[in-house]
Design a protein around this ligand. Structure first.
Ligand code: DAH
Length: 340
């Protein structure tokens, strides 16, 4: 009965077993062997009952030393197993996960549509022209036969600037006369850009939206309304990627005579909520450019004629993509932006 021997032996035995451990399971077994109730350490404890008081003290110290040592070693190894286990798991996850697709952004639907529309019109000889958004009262109204105090001005609720006579254009038609003053017919042009209205917003109205203005002026009264209809049918067929039928319905705009509301035949067979059960969708305004407007552009209406049209960009996109609310376009909501 030599407790010193026994303590030494137990330590050596433990260290030897420790060296051989390769798996967490083996470690657990060794831990049990030494630390469980009635395990190797517990057996050593029996010396407490056998030894005399003075020896008990020294034994107690040595015993505790060994016990602490074994516990610490086991804990240390346990930790290192945990670490490798974690890193293994992490490694496996990286290998097996499908890569997360990064959203790197995209061109906004309005800009994409503008580009596409310009391309379509380019193909039939219309050039896309940049036009200013801040214009004067004459350009936006008077040049287009919408005089001051005339009720026709109420058609366009206006955002005026603090500068006298200067406003945010309410329609792209404001560039018709300025452009015609600088360019001689034949003219085939489109102006695409933002326009502004001082209006309450709802799902069909925004204070800022985009219009596509078309203008075709030529000499010798060459331009006809059937050409206008053809341009619409061509453009909409390309844009909506289906055969488009168009109807011209008499309407009033001060700067054209005759003036038309342009209706697109709906794809439904009479009865859907896009066309409000009418079979046709109101899609643009158009007409033969009024002689008054030509005169403002210093063109003699006896020799020149032409047509003009104006169409809301958001409107045709809402029809094409079934977008229920115009306010989505400027909301910045990524769910909307990513969806088209
Ligand atoms: N400028 C009109 C608007 O904003 C749309 C329009 C109608 C433009 C008829 C035209 C046209 O060029 O001929 O409501």
């Amino acid at each position: 009965m030599n407790w010193e021997e026994d303590i030494k032996k137990t330590k050596i035995e433990f260290e030897e077993k420790l060296k051989k451990i390769k798996t967490k399971e083996e470690l657990d077994n060794v831990a049990l062997e030494f630390l469980k109730r009635k395990g190797k350490i517990a057996q050593l404890k029996n010396y407490f009952n056998l030894l005399k008081d003075e020896e008990k003290k020294i034994f107690g110290i040595k015993f505790n030393e060994l016990k602490n040592y074994i516990e610490k070693e086991i804990e240390r190894l346990n930790e290192s197993f945990k670490e490798t286990l974690d890193s293994k798991k992490f490694y496996n996850l990286i290998l097996s996960w499908p890569g997360k697709k990064q959203y790197i952004g995209s061109v906004h639907i309005l800009n994409r549509a503008k580009k596409e529309i310009i391309k379509i019109f380019n193909e039939i000889g219309f050039s896309a022209i940049d036009s200013p958004e801040i214009v004067n009262e004459y350009e936006n109204f008077d040049s287009l036969r919408i005089p001051k105090y005339h009720p026709a001005r109420d058609l366009w609720s206006t955002l005026w600037t603090t500068k006298k006579n200067i406003l945010l254009r309410t329609h792209t038609s404001a560039f018709q006369v300025p452009y015609l003053l600088k360019n001689l017919p034949p003219i085939r042009a489109i102006f695409i850009g933002k326009v502004y209205r001082y209006e309450a917003t709802d799902r069909r109205h925004e204070i800022q939206f985009n219009q596509i203005e078309g203008l075709y002026i030529d000499k010798e009264n060459k331009v006809t309304i059937s050409q206008l209809k053809w341009v619409f049918e061509y453009f909409f067929s390309r844009f909506f990627e289906r055969k488009a039928n168009v109807r011209l319905r008499p309407s009033y705009f001060p700067f054209v005579e005759p003036g038309f509301e342009v209706d697109l035949k709906c794809i439904c067979k009479r009865g859907c909520n896009i066309c409000s059960n009418t079979g046709f969708i109101e899609i643009a305004g158009a007409g033969r450019v009024h002689p008054y407007v030509l005169k403002q552009a210093k063109l003699d209406p006896r020799f020149y004629n032409g047509f003009a049209f104006g169409c809301g960009l958001e409107r045709i996109l809402m029809i094409k993509y079934n977008i229920p609310d115009i306010r989505y376009f400027l909301s910045g909501d990524l769910r909307f932006i990513k969806s088209i």
